[in-house]
Design a protein around this ligand. Structure first.
Ligand code: GDP
Length: 440
C-alpha cells in the first residue's frame, strides 16, 4: 500500500542526513521534494501545498533538541501532519437507534455491494447486531442476486423485491420488515452509475428523505485518485454524507485519495476495504495509516519519547558540569534512569549529552545498569557528590549494602572516572582531543 509514496518520502528525508540543524534552506529543499512526492501520489495540489507549508512552520518553530537529529525530527513532524491530514483520530459510525439505518452511496463498481456485506458481517460479529441487508439497486437484476449470495455466505438476511422498481418504496418496506423481524440494523445498498447523473442523485436523495438514515456512507475506489476526491465532493454536496469508505486499498494505490479526501470534503474516512473477502475491512485509523505510509515507526516513537522525556535544560546543565569536571554519581544515576525510562538503551545511548554518536557503536546490555544502580544507591549523598572520598572501607560498605562485591564497586568507580574523563574531552574537543589523549 502506497509503496511508491513511502519510498519517495524516505528519499526526501535523506536530504537532511548529516545536517547539524534545521534551517530555512534545508527545510525548503526537503519539503520541495516532499511536495513532489505527494503530487506524484496524486494528492490534491492545494492539499499538498498547504501540507508542506504547515510542516515548514512546525519544523522551523520547533525547539530543536540536541538529542534529535533534524532528519528524525522531520520524519516525526511529517508523520503527525499526515495523520492530521487524514483526520487525526478514528471516527466511529453511528448505529444508535432501533433499527439503525445505514445508507450506502457511490458509483457503480466502487465496491458498495461488497462493502455492505462486509460491514453487516463486522457489525454482526463484533458488535452483536442483527442486520438486514436491503437490495436497493433496482436496475441490475444481477446486483440483487449478488447481494443475496453474499448475505447467504455471511448468514445475514437480505430484503429484496425483484418486481418493484421504486427504491424508495423498497427502503420503506424494508423498514417495516426489519421491525417485524427484530432486526436492529438496516444497511441499504443503492444503485450506482458509471458516472454521476442527475437521476441517480435524485433517487438517493429521495431515499435519504424517506428513511432518514443515522449514517450515510460514501464508497469510493481508492485506485481512482483525484477522481475519487471529485466524486466525493459531488456526492457530499447532494447528500451531506457522514463518512467515506475507501475500497481497493490492497491494490496498487498511490495514496492520493486517502490523503486528500478529508481535507477537500471535510468528512472523515471511516473504513477501508483491502480485498474481496468478507474480512478485508478495517476501521480507518489515520495515525496507523501515517505509520504505514512512512514505515518508520521506530524513529517516530523514538522522537516522541525523547520529546516527552528529555529535559533540554537538564542536558545543558549536565554539559556544563561535565566541562567543569563536576559530573558526579548523582548525575550518573539520573542519566541512567532517564535513559532507562526511554526504553531501548542501544538506540538511546547517543542521546547522552556531549557523547552523541561516539558511544552509539558500543555494545550496551539493558541489564547492565541494574548492578550499577544498586551500587550508587548504597553510596551516601556525600560520596555521590565527591567520588574521590571513596576509600577502601567505604567501598567495602557499599559492596555489602548493594549486594555486590568490592571488585564490582571498584570496577564501577574506575569506569565512572574514565567516563567522566572521556565526556569532558568530548565536550571540549570531540573525538580528536580524545585520540590525542589516548596517544599520550
Ligand atoms: P458496486 O457496484 O459498487 O456494488 O461494487 P461491487 O461491490 O460489485 O465491487 C466491484 C468489484 O470490486 C468486485 O469485483 C469486488 O469483488 C471488487 N472489490 C470490492 N471491494 C474491494 C476491495 O477492497 N479490494 C479489492 N481488491 N476488490 C474489491
Amino acid at each position: 500500500m502506497f509503496e511508491n509514496l513511502s519510498d519517495r518520502l524516505e528519499r526526501s528525508f535523506k536530504i537532511l542526513k548529516g545536517e547539524g540543524k534545521i534551517t530555512e534552506i534545508n527545510v525548503a529543499e526537503t519539503l520541495k521534494d516532499v511536495r513532489r512526492a505527494l503530487l506524484d501520489a496524486d494528492v490534491n495540489y492545494k492539499t499538498a501545498k498547504e501540507f508542506t507549508e504547515t510542516v515548514k512552520q512546525k519544523a522551523l518553530g520547533q525547539n530543536v533538541l540536541t538529542a534529535i537529529k533534524p532528519e528524525q525530527l522531520m520524519i516525526k513532524i511529517v508523520h503527525d501532519e499526515l495523520a492530521t491530514l487524514m483526520g487525526g483520530a478514528a471516527v466511529d459510525i453511528n448505529i444508535k437507534g432501533s433499527p439503525a439505518i445505514i445508507l450506502m452511496s457511490g458509483l457503480q463498481g466502487s465496491g458498495k455491494t461488497t462493502f455492505s456485506a462486509k460491514l453487516a458481517n463486522m457489525l454482526k460479529s463484533k458488535r452483536g447486531k442483527n442486520p438486514l441487508l436491503v437490495a436497493g439497486d433496482v436496475y441490475r437484476p444481477a446486483a440483487i442476486e449478488q447481494l443475496k449470495v453474499l448475505g447467504e455466505q455471511i448468514g445475514v438476511s437480505v430484503y429484496a423485491e425483484e418486481d418493484n422498481k421504486n427504491p424508495v418504496k423498497i427502503a420503506q418496506n424494508a423498514m417495516q420488515y426489519a421491525k417485524q423481524h427484530g432486526k436492529d440494523l438496516i444497511i441499504i445498498d443503492t444503485a450506482g452509475r458509471l458516472a454521476i447523473d442527475e437521476q441517480m442523485m435524485n433517487e438517493i436523495e429521495s431515499i435519504k428523505k424517506a428513511v432518514n438514515p443515522q449514517e450515510i456512507l460514501f464508497v469510493v475506489d481508492a485506485m481512482t485518485g483525484q477522481d475519487a476526491v471529485n466524486t466525493a465532493k459531488e456526492f457530499n454536496e447532494r447528500l451531506d454524507f457522514d463518512g467515506v469508505v475507501l475500497t481497493k486499498l490492497d491494490g496498487d494505490t498511490r495514496g492520493g485519495a486517502a490523503l486528500s479526501i478529508r481535507s477537500v470534503v471535510n468528512k472523515p474516512i471511516k473504513f477501508i476495504g483491502t480485498g474481496e473477502k468478507f474480512d478485508a475491512i478495517d476501521v480507518f485509523h489515520p495515525e496507523r495509516m501515517a505509520d504505514r505510509i512512512l514505515g518508520m515507526g521506530d524513529i517516530v516513537s523514538l522522537v516522541e519519547k525523547a520529546q516527552e522525556q528529555y529535559d533540554e535544560e537538564e542536558a545543558r546543565r549536565l554539559q556544563k558540569k561535565i566541562a567543569k569536571n563536576q559530573f558526579d554519581f548523582n548525575d550518573f544515576l539520573s542519566q541512567i534512569r532517564q535513559i532507562k525510562k526511554m526504553g531501548n538503551l542501544k538506540d538511546l545511548a547517543s542521546m547522552i549529552p556531549g557523547v552523541g554518536k561516539q558511544i552509539k557503536d558500543l555494545d550496551i546490555d539493558d541489564n547492565a545498569f541494574k548492578g550499577i544502580e544498586a551500587i550508587i544507591q548504597s553510596m551516601t549523598p556525600d560520596e555521590r557528590a565527591h567520588p574521590e572520598i571513596l576509600n577502601g572501607s567505604r567501598r567495602a560498605r557499599i559492596a555489602k549494602g548493594s549486594g555486590t562485591n568490592v571488585q564490582e564497586v571498584n570496577k564501577l568507580i574506575k569506569q565512572f572516572d574514565e567516563t567522566r574523563k572521556m565526556m569532558r574531552l568530548m565536550t571540549q574537543g570531540g573525538p580528536k582531543a580524545m585520540m590525542k589523549n589516548v596517544r599520550r
